[in-house]
Design a protein around this ligand. Structure first.
Ligand code: TRP
Ligand code: SF4
Length: 537
C-alpha cells in the first residue's frame, strides 16, 4: 500500500468529485485553478480552462455529428472530448467502434459512476464493442485496498452496470488482475514510456512505488485493449481528472506505430514550425507574379531562403526568430533543390521487411532516403491508410489514437463537491430507497430565503444540486420535463419544498427499481465469464 503525496491522506480516499454542477457551481469556493490529478481530489472551477489549457474540445462542436445523442450529451453534462469525430463517424456509418471505461473498486458505486455506466451502455446500444473493467490492480497499489475489500466492491460495481443495461453477452467485463492480454500489452507499452515522463505527468518522484507506476501502464493497456484484434475508433468516457491518462495513451498509441506520417517540401527534416515557414514561402513564391511567365520552373530552396530573409516577419507571426534563422540556413544549404510538396513516411518501429513492403506499396513517384520515404503522388490520407495496412500485415497493432469524452463533476447534495467519503453528499446506488428519499429532501437548493422572494425573483436552478439531479438522472431521456423544472424554477413558479418532494420520490423509485434489477442479476452472476473472487491475498 502506498501513498504518493502528503495530501493524499487517509480520509481523502477516493475523494474525487463525481460529477459537477451547473456551470459555475463551485467558482464560489474561490479556487480558480484547474487541477487534473487522477489520484488527488480534482477540482474544476472553470471548464473553459480545460479547453484552453489542456486542449480538450467543447462537446457542442461535435454534437451535430452524433446520431441520436444521449441526454447527457444534449444537456451539456458531457461537456468535452478529444477526437470524438472518428467515433461519431463510425456510429453513423455502421463501422466498428468501441467504448471502454474502468472503475476503481474503492467504495460503493454512486450516482456519479452512473453517468459513466450510462455512457458505456449507450455506446453499446449504438453498436459499439463495449468494455467495462475493474481497476483492481490500481485500487490495490494506488489506494492500498485489500483484495477482500476489492472483491466486495467489484461485485457491487458490476451489479449496477448490469442492472443499468450493460449487455454482457455483447460486451466484455474484466478485472485487470486476471487479464493476461492487458498486462502483456501494458508491458509492451511501458517500453515507450520512461520514468521522467511519468514523473512529469503524474508528479511521481523517488518515493513512488513501482506497482503504482505499473498500474499506470496497466491503464494504458486497458485503453488500447479494444484495438488488440484490429484498430478501431475507441471512446473512453471518464471525468476530466482522467485526462492525463488519455493524453498519455494517445501518445503511446502513436509511438507504437511502425511509421509516422508527416508532410514536407524538400528532402531534409524540418520541425513543425520550420515546416510552417517553408510552406508559407512555397505558397507565396508559387503564386507570385514574376513566376507566372515561366511557371514550369520549380521554386527552389534558395529562393525561399531569400524570401524569408527579405520579409523577416512572415505571415506566421508567433514563430520565433531562432526558428526563422534555422529555417533560412536549412533552405540555403539545400540551395537549388526544388521545393515540392510531398507526404513523408518516417520509420519509427518498423521491421526491415515492413520498410521494404512500405516502399513497394507506394504508387507513383517516390524517393527513398536513409531516415524516410517521400511519396509525391499520394494524399496524406492515402499514405496513412497504407502505413496502417503494412504495419498490420507485419505484426504491428496499427493503433488509432483513442478518443475520450468528459462529463461534469456533480455538485454534492450538501453543496460543495460530491465526495465518496461524505455519505450525505452523494447517493450510493446501494442506499436504501428511503434513505435516498431523505437525502434528497435534506439537500441544499438554489432557492431563495422565503417563498415570497422565490415567487418574486425565481430560484437559481443553475446553482441547485436538486436541479442537477433532475438533469443528470431523474428526468431520464425526457428533455421537456427537465426544461420544465428549470423554467418553472427560474420563473418563480416552482417552490423548493414541492420540487424536492418530487425529486425525492423519483429518486426513491429509481433506487427501488435499480436494486430490484441488481438482485435479479445477483442470481445470474455465474453466467458471466468473470472471476469474482481474487486468488490473491
Ligand atoms: N484510473 C481510473 C480511475 O481512477 C480507473 C481506470 C483504470 C480506467 N483503467 C481505465 C478508466 C481505463 C478509464 C479507462 O477510476
Ligand atoms: Fe432547486 Fe427546485 Fe428549488 Fe429550483 S425549485 S431552486 S430546482 S429545489
Amino acid at each position: 500500500m502506498t501513498r504518493d503525496t502528503p495530501e493524499d491522506a487517509e480520509d481523502t480516499q477516493d475523494d474525487r468529485p463525481v460529477a459537477d454542477g451547473g456551470s459555475d457551481a463551485d467558482t464560489a469556493a474561490g479556487a480558480d485553478d484547474v487541477a487534473l490529478d487522477p489520484w488527488g481530489s480534482s477540482t474544476v472551477s472553470d471548464y473553459r480552462k480545460l479547453f484552453d489549457e489542456f486542449g480538450i474540445e467543447a462537446f457542442d462542436e461535435v454534437l451535430d455529428e452524433v446520431p441520436n445523442p444521449h441526454y447527457l450529451m444534449r444537456r451539456g453534462v458531457i461537456f468535452g472530448h478529444r477526437d470524438y469525430r472518428p467515433v461519431a463517424a463510425a456510429m453513423r456509418e455502421g463501422e466498428p467502434f468501441a467504448v471502454l471505461s474502468g472503475f476503481m473498486p474503492t467504495g460503493d458505486p454512486h450516482i456519479g459512476h452512473k453517468l459513466v455506466f450510462d455512457e458505456i451502455i449507450w455506446h453499446q446500444q449504438q453498436g459499439g464493442d463495449a468494455y467495462g473493467l475493474i481497476a483492481d490492480l490500481e485500487a490495490h497499489s494506488a489506494r492500498g485496498l485489500s483484495w477482500a475489500e476489492i472483491d466486495e466492491h467489484t461485485r457491487n460495481y458490476l451489479l449496477s452496470l448490469l442492472a443499468l443495461g450493460f449487455d454482457p453477452e455483447g460486451g466484455t467485463l474484466y478485472r485487470q488482475s486476471t487479464n493476461r492480454e492487458v498486462q502483456d500489452l501494458a508491458f509492451e507499452l511501458g517500453i515507450e514510456a520512461n520514468f521522467s515522463e511519468l514523473a512529469a505527468i503524474y508528479d511521481f518522484d523517488g518515493e513512488t512505488d513501482v506497482s503504482h507506476m505499473q498500474s499506470v501502464v496497466t491503464q494504458m493497456g486497458d485503453i488500447l485493449y479494444p484495438q488488440l484484434e484490429e484498430p478501431k475508433p475507441t471512446v473512453i468516457p471518464v471525468g476530466p481528472d482522467q485526462d492525463p491518462h488519455v493524453r498519455l495513451a494517445r501518445d503511446l498509441a502513436a509511438r507504437m506505430r511502425y511509421f509516422g506520417v508527416t508532410e514536407a517540401y524538400a528532402s531534409f527534416e524540418a520541425g513543425a514550425d520550420e515546416h510552417t515557414l517553408i510552406a508559407y514561402a512555397y505558397e507565396t513564391l508559387k503564386d507570385s507574379e514574376q513566376r507566372e511567365d515561366d511557371s514550369d520552373d520549380p521554386v527552389r530552396c534558395i529562393e525561399a531562403a531569400e524570401l524569408l530573409e527579405r520579409e523577416r516577419d512572415p505571415g506566421a507571426t508567433d514563430i520565433e526568430a531562432t526558428t526563422l534563422d534555422s529555417t533560412i540556413t536549412m533552405l540555403r544549404e539545400a540551395g537549388k533543390e526544388p521545393l515540392r510538396p510531398r507526404v513523408r513516411i518516417v520509420d519509427r518501429n518498423a521491421t526491415e521487411a515492413a520498410v521494404e513492403a512500405m516502399i513497394e506499396a507506394i504508387d507513383g513517384e517516390k524517393r527513398v532516403y536513409d531516415e524516410h520515404i517521400d511519396a509525391f503522388d499520394l494524399t496524406r490520407e492515402e499514405v496513412e491508410e497504407l502505413t496502417r495496412e503494412v504495419e498490420l500485415a507485419h505484426g504491428g497493432y496499427g493503433f488509432l489514437p483513442p478518443s475520450s469524452i468528459y462529463h461534469r463533476f456533480m455538485t454534492g447534495l450538501t453543496g460543495g463537491k460530491m465526495s465518496s467519503s461524505v455519505p450525505a453528499s452523494h447517493i450510493s446506488l446501494l442506499d436504501d430507497p428511503a434513505e435516498g428519499y431523505e437525502k434528497v429532501k435534506a439537500a441544499t437548493t438554489g432557492g431563495r430565503e422565503t417563498a415570497e422572494l422565490q415567487r418574486e425573483l425565481g430560484g437559481e436552478p443553475d446553482d441547485c444540486p436538486v436541479y442537477e439531479l433532475y438533469a443528470y438522472l431523474l428526468a431520464g431521456d425526457d428533455d421537456e420535463f427537465a426544461k420544465r423544472v428549470y423554467d418553472e424554477c427560474a420563473a418563480g413558479e416552482r417552490l423548493c419544498g414541492d420540487c424536492k418532494e418530487q425529486a425525492a420520490k423519483l429518486m426513491q423509485e429509481f433506487l427501488e427499481d435499480h436494486q430490484e434489477k441488481r438482485e435479479e442479476w445477483a442470481e445470474r452472476l455465474d453466467e458471466l465469464d468473470f472471476q469474482f473472487e481474487s486468488d490473491r491475498v
